[in-house]
Design a protein around this ligand. Sequence first.
Ligand SMILES: C[S@@+](CC[C@H](N)C(=O)[O-])C[C@H]1O[C@@H](n2cnc3c(N)ncnc32)[C@H](O)[C@@H]1O
Length: 289
Amino acid sequence: MRTGYSLEETRRFWRLHSAQWRDLDRSADPEGLTNVCFEGAPLWLNKFAARLQVRTFHRLLEHVDLGRSPRILDVGCGTGRWSRLLSERGARVTGIDLQPETLRANRTRLPGCRFIEMAADSMGFAASSFDLAVSVTVIQHIPDAAQDQALKEIRRVLVKDGTYLMMEGTRDRGPHMFGNSIAEWRRKAVENGFRVERVIPYDFAPVVYFLKGLAARRSSFHRAGDPPPEVEELVARSKPETQRKALAKRLYYLALHGATLASYPLEPAVMMAAPARLAYHAGFLLRAV
Ligand SMILES: C[S@@+](CC[C@H](N)C(=O)[O-])C[C@H]1O[C@@H](n2cnc3c(N)ncnc32)[C@H](O)[C@@H]1O
């Protein structure tokens, strides 16, 4: 039984998703996290996820030379939060993505960067066009069979010895989620022309994921292993007005909020002590060979 979308269906998913979040209130959510983290989830939950990402992104970036205004490709740039961070450090950034409305908004908000609607698995750039590529939770959204093609493309457009900073999911599988274990990401990277220089497992947040796991078992959102619903239906489910505000849901969010507040300061200790396989995401620093 299939549990995930085809490549075509994921493309349709992101087009519809883009239209759904076109009018996102950016005064309340300046980075558009509601679009690019847990879609439609409360902002405090997305801020929690984003803070863990930012911490790992910076730890990996410490090992990257941003000295000579490098040409950077932000693969699956979404709302442009990494493009902005990198261009503020003097890089020349090109962001590619499948969300037309989001890219349009990025062009207005970040005129110093270039944004192009393009798929990671078939890019229109010449070989060796970039010194550094980044992808944050993007390849995990590409169906298994096309992930290698995307990694090959990223390798092709990077110069030899260029760097690829990749942060992807290590556990989640669902209609548009195709996460891999750390060992599997390593294998894919090596098979597609990269050397693995550094791996940082992150996002352990055990209490948060315990509560989310419990809720997933009870909710009608999507149970792991179920066949995927129609793309249109899945996109519509994340609309705020379709989400129930029942007492159980309010209590769940109250507990989850407490768990996120407790998890952020605990995360560095958990990262040191917990086995890597318990992390929900990992950051990789890869070298193009
Ligand atoms: C979870 S969001 C992350 C966005 C951004 N990297 C960030 O961290 O804010 C995933 C993004 O990947 C994009 N995406 C998914 N599949 C893609 C593909 N095959 N090619 C390019 N972008 C893709 C989606 O449109 C979406 O904006």
